[in-house]
Design a protein around this ligand. Structure first.
Ligand code: FEO
Length: 390
């Protein structure tokens, strides 16, 4: 992509990664992603805000061919998908200083071996003048690394938010056109990357809300020209209040656990509780992360394999524990052949979840009438619990 004009002297740069399908060798990217950098030209100085993944540094360096001078390279975040091209940019512009938080300085030296004398650090609220334009740096730690900050262009009221408010989506749209599509991509991004830091992100959200913002220009996905759209979405996601939703990740090897899940889905639906189920043998874990953003209750469905839960369920439980969703209730349902310790082992895997553990329903063999009645009682309990908290 060529550089794209946002305002006179303000341009989108970077790269659209249409074909990337995995991030951190872990996170599915069904819609690709982008690495957005922004060039801000003032009357006296020019700043490049963030760079691009090193695999796509060539795109950025080509866009910069017509830019004679850069005075400041702003590293809002030291992760390599934004910082990875900094060494090339600094080599091309020997006059440029790298601007980062005090915590970011050490990380950029460690990760990219940037010479210390090229770096200047900025405190929270500090500004740098570009002449007729002013960059204000707002520290937003733990979004999602400890060094993160955002950059606010005061005169144009543009917030360059890096990962904050970002969405993994490859699109030729400079601005958000399809809000529903971007909503899901941004929620996936929040669920997979930001949710473990929900409480600190809530504080950072309150902080950036104090700014008068006309555009939010993240470093993944399109620019928000209606900032309220993504700010209100984040307010819901970081709030302490879950939705009336049960999420059931499960595995069924021979149909018994699957029959229990089917029965419970119907029982919950009849009681007015929304349910999303995820067959872990085939599901996109990003979809599970999206559902966990809202869920009030997590129910893990597993057959018993060698006395414990199915290995894929271990993985999903470990992931849920790491993502720290705001679920309030959890339990386990499933089938076993002769004996099981699946419940104890799964509960032991989720110490980060501050949940009330509801009575599990573990069934020997295929579920009988009395087992289905136990699932009905579980649905009764969940419906009543949800009414209490929602
Ligand atoms: Fe998009 Fe945390 O890097």
């Amino acid at each position: 992509m060529k550089a794209r004009k946002i305002r006179d002297g303000i341009h989108w740069m970077g790269a659209i990664d249409w074909n990337r399908r995995l991030f951190d060798s872990l996170i599915p990217l069904p819609d690709g992603t982008s690495y957005n950098a922004y060039l801000v030209t003032g009357s006296e100085a020019t700043a490049l805000i963030d760079t691009a993944d090193p695999d796509m540094a060539g795109d950025l360096m080509t866009q910069l061919e017509t830019v004679d001078r850069i005075d400041y390279v702003v590293a809002n975040h030291a992760e390599q998908d934004h910082s990875g091209s900094i060494p090339q940019v600094l080599a091309r512009y020997p006059e440029a200083k790298l601007v980062t938080t005090p915590k970011g300085k050490g990380m950029l030296i460690d990760l990219l071996m940037v010479p210390e004398d090229r770096i200047i650090t900025v405190e929270d609220g500090e500004t740098i003048s570009l002449g007729d334009r002013t960059l204000r740096f707002v520290h937003t730690p733990w979004v999602h690394w400890p060094e993160t900050m955002v950059t606010y262009l005061e005169e144009e009221r543009i917030l360059f938010s890096c990962d904050f408010f970002g969405s993994h989506i490859a699109t030729s749209d400079l601005y958000v056109i399809d809000e529903a599509r971007v909503y899901e991509a941004a929620k996936r991004y929040y669920g997979e990357i930001m949710m473990p830091f929900r409480k600190v992100i809530k504080k950072n959200l309150e902080k950036v809300r104090q700014l008068d913002i006309e555009l939010i220009a993240p470093s993944h996905g399109p620019i928000y020209d209606r900032p309220a759209f993504i700010i209100e979405a984040y307010e819901d996601w970081v709030s302490d209040k879950p939705h009336n939703l049960v999420v059931i990740p499960y595995i069924s090897m021979h149909g018994s656990t699957g029959a229990m899940v089917d029965h419970l889905v119907n029982a919950l639906s009849e009681r007015g509780v929304r349910v999303e189920i995820f067959d872990l043998a085939v599901t996109d874990i990003g979809k599970l992360a999206i559902a966990l953003v809202d869920a009030a209750t997590l129910i893990v469905g597993t057959p018993t394999v060698h006395v414990g839960p199915h290995p894929v369920v271990f993985y999903a439980a470990n992931l849920a524990n790491a993502l720290r969703p705001k679920v309030r209730f959890a339990t386990v349902i499933g089938s076993y052949g002769w004996s099981t310790k699946a419940v104890e082992q799964i509960v032991g895997l989720v110490p980060n979840l501050a949940v009330e553990v509801l009575d599990p329903v573990m069934v020997k063999g295929y579920p009988r009438d009395e087992d289905l009645e136990a699932l009905d009682r579980l649905a009764d309990t969940i419906a009543a619990k949800h009414k209490e908290i929602l």
